[in-house]
Design a protein around this ligand. Structure first.
Ligand code: AMP
Ligand code: MG
Length: 327
């Protein structure tokens, strides 16, 4: 089976082609174009969707060319139907519907968070992991049970990616700022106390965000180091509790923030204590990309047929724990 996956939930417009043989998937191409807001500003949904509309045909042709495919060679198309920004989601859905109807190809709406997890599992070989999904749109700890991904902790306000991006923007950098914060943090070991908020097994980052802005006068490197140590320790505590509770023997980090080395270092040592195998999504595929969407489409196609065009949809807040997983 050959599937074209289309991702457009937020800053990234991406198309990818994966060929699935048995349980194995081969990524034939994955092309992305990322919307960059002006320095100091966050994603403007209308501007991002305009960016996606303008670049969609170029990304699609480049993706097919790299995969040595024509549209008629595709067995199916999947698109990220949510969660995400409404105007951005609609661009991906329109591209998917147009191709599906003109070329008469089955179409699959796919949950974006599921894409992060399933591609992470496929690329690392993890089979039944406790998952930490940390990105611009998510901060969740999840485990699979009874046909659904169940949430064992999440953020009560902003996500870890938003926390890092908003602090970076406050310092005047252009979003996304996670890598910049990591680089600055690695130059300090001077910890300034910041609010550490874990409630039950959920985390809250809004107080940490306000307090970090206030200690920026003590130096950006110190502020970034203290921010990372506090936020990542909160995540570490909740991951450790979820590991003890679920007894999982594998742990996987997915999402754009998975690229952070300090976060991996902290979580790796927790896994070691629990005799648990540690996996992290490869950096190239940790952030949003079409391969995530293509792979979930392929997994679903083994158990169900595509949806009728009139039943295709986008859903801005489509929680992963409401999705029944058929495969
Ligand atoms: P995604 O929404 O999955 O594409 O992930 C994007 C998020 O990942 C943004 O908030 C980035 O700032 C964040 N990110 C990317 N690289 C790093 C890094 N090295 N450390 C921390 N966060 C990162
Ligand atoms: Mg994402």
């Amino acid at each position: 089976m050959i599937c074209l996956g289309i991702e457009s939930t937020a800053h990234t417009f991406s198309c990818a082609v994966i060929e699935k043989k048995g349980r194995h998937g081969k990524i034939l191409s994955d092309v992305r174009k990322i919307y960059r807001p002006p320095e100091g500003e966050g994603i403007h949904p209308r501007e991002a969707s305009r960016h996606h509309a303008e670049h969609s045909s170029q990304v699609l042709s480049e993706c097919l060319e790299k995969a040595h495919m024509k549209i008629a060679d595709l067995d199916m198309i999947s698109y990220a139907a949510g969660p995400g920004l409404g105007p951005c989601l609609r661009i991906g859905a329109v591209v998917a519907r147009s191709l599906a109807s003109y070329y008469d190809i089955p179409v699959y709406p796919v949950n974006h968070a599921l894409g992060h997890i399933e591609l992470g599992k496929m690329l690392t070989g993890a089979r039944d992991p406790l998952v930490l999904l940390v990105s611009g749109g998510h901060t969740m700890i999840l485990a699979f049970l009874g046909k659904k991904w169940r949430v064992f902790g999440e953020t009560l306000d902003i996500t870890l990616g938003q926390l890092l991006d908003q602090i970076g923007r406050h310092a005047g950098f252009a979003s996304p700022c996670g890598q910049k914060i990591e680089d600055l943090a690695s130059k300090s070991s001077n910890y300034e106390p910041l609010p550490y908020v874990v409630k039950g097994n959920d985390v809250s980052f809004s107080g940490l965000f306000s307090a970090t802005k206030q200690i920026m006068s003590k130096g950006l490197e110190t502020a970034c180091f203290s921010l990372q140590e506090t936020a990542f320790s909160m995540i570490g505590e909740t991951v450790e509790r979820a590991l003890s509770f679920t007894g999982k023997k594998e742990f996987l980090i997915v999402g754009g923030v998975a690229a952070n080395k300090r976060l991996s270092e902290i979580l790796k040592s927790i896994c070691k204590r629990h005799n648990c195998k540690f996996y992290v999504s490869p950096k190239e595929y940790a952030g949003d990309c079409g391969s995530q969407i293509s792979w979930v489409g392929l997994l679903e196609s083994s158990k169900k047929s595509g949806v009728k065009l009139e039943n295709t949809f986008v859903r801005q807040s489509w929680r992963i724990d409401s999705v029944e997983v058929p495969y």
